[in-house]
Design a protein around this ligand. Structure first.
Ligand code: PGA
Length: 225
């Protein structure tokens, strides 16, 4: 079983989402493509989570899961513009936490801790991103290991650059952190993904750019068949 997690970031409007769902549904209805060994999670913007969830419920993508790209570090209250874990749990199963792109908006290790704790308390599965051994070490303390969680290794130099990390460098990070299972993210496409499946410790992929065009996403699913 592998995870394919689409991180749409600040992309896709309603027309794009309709087109994506129609295209991917049609492609998966083709008997040559099977996704039974995949857990697909799509993370639209907060604004579109409800719409996406409703649309897939009545489509061939009803086995897909929905995730958020971030969560508030605060519980319920006067936090204008924030979206809490207790709200996300109505619509999402997963939430990406600690993505390196959040740093530019002031996210700190302390806020990531609070987010992970609130996510797990609200039965969301955190997809905990790290880009170094040091960051991984600093996140370990707040995780409830008895509850479901995923680690996602995303080296900054590989995100959105077209330069995915080498298999060797991922092996090295697994050895240096002791993480036995991780999701890899950073310039994954339908070609490079084949290389990574050779490492059984890589249990899935966090895909940004190449999850936006439905044909790219379908090609990724195909290459894992
Ligand atoms: P990318 O993004 O696939 O565009 O490199 C991955 C991510 O940031 O999650």
């Amino acid at each position: 079983m592998k995870y394919l997690i689409a991180n749409w970031k600040q992309n896709q409007n309603l027309a794009d989402i309709d087109n994506w769902i129609d295209y991917v549904s049609l492609a998966l209805s083709n008997k040559k493509i099977t996704n039974k060994n995949l857990t697909c999670v799509v993370c639209p913007s907060f604004l579109h989570i409800f719409y996406f969830k409703k649309k897939i419920a009545n489509s061939l993508l009803n086995s897909f899961f929905v995730g958020a790209q971030d969560v508030s570090e605060y519980d319920r209250g006067a936090h204008t513009g924030e979206v809490g874990a207790f709200q996300l749990q109505d619509l999402c199963d997963y939430v990406i936490i600690g993505h390196s792109e959040r740093k530019q908006f002031g996210e700190t290790i302390e806020s990531i801790h609070k987010k992970i704790i609130l996510a797990q308390q609200n039965n969301l599965i955190p997809i905990i991103c790290f880009d170094s051994v040091q960051k991984y070490q600093s996140l370990k303390a707040c995780i409830d290991y008895k509850k479901p969680h995923l680690f996602a290794y995303e080296p900054v130099g590989a995100i959105g650059t077209g330069n995915p990390a080498s298999l060797e460098s991922i092996d090295e990070i697994m050895q240096n952190t002791g993480v036995q299972k991780l999701v890899y993210g950073g310039s994954v496409d339908y070609k490079t993904i084949k290389l990574y499946v050779k490492n059984p410790g890589i249990v899935g992929f966090l895909i940004g750019s190449n999850s936006l065009k439905p044909s790219d996403f379908v090609n990724i699913i195909k290459s894992l068949n």
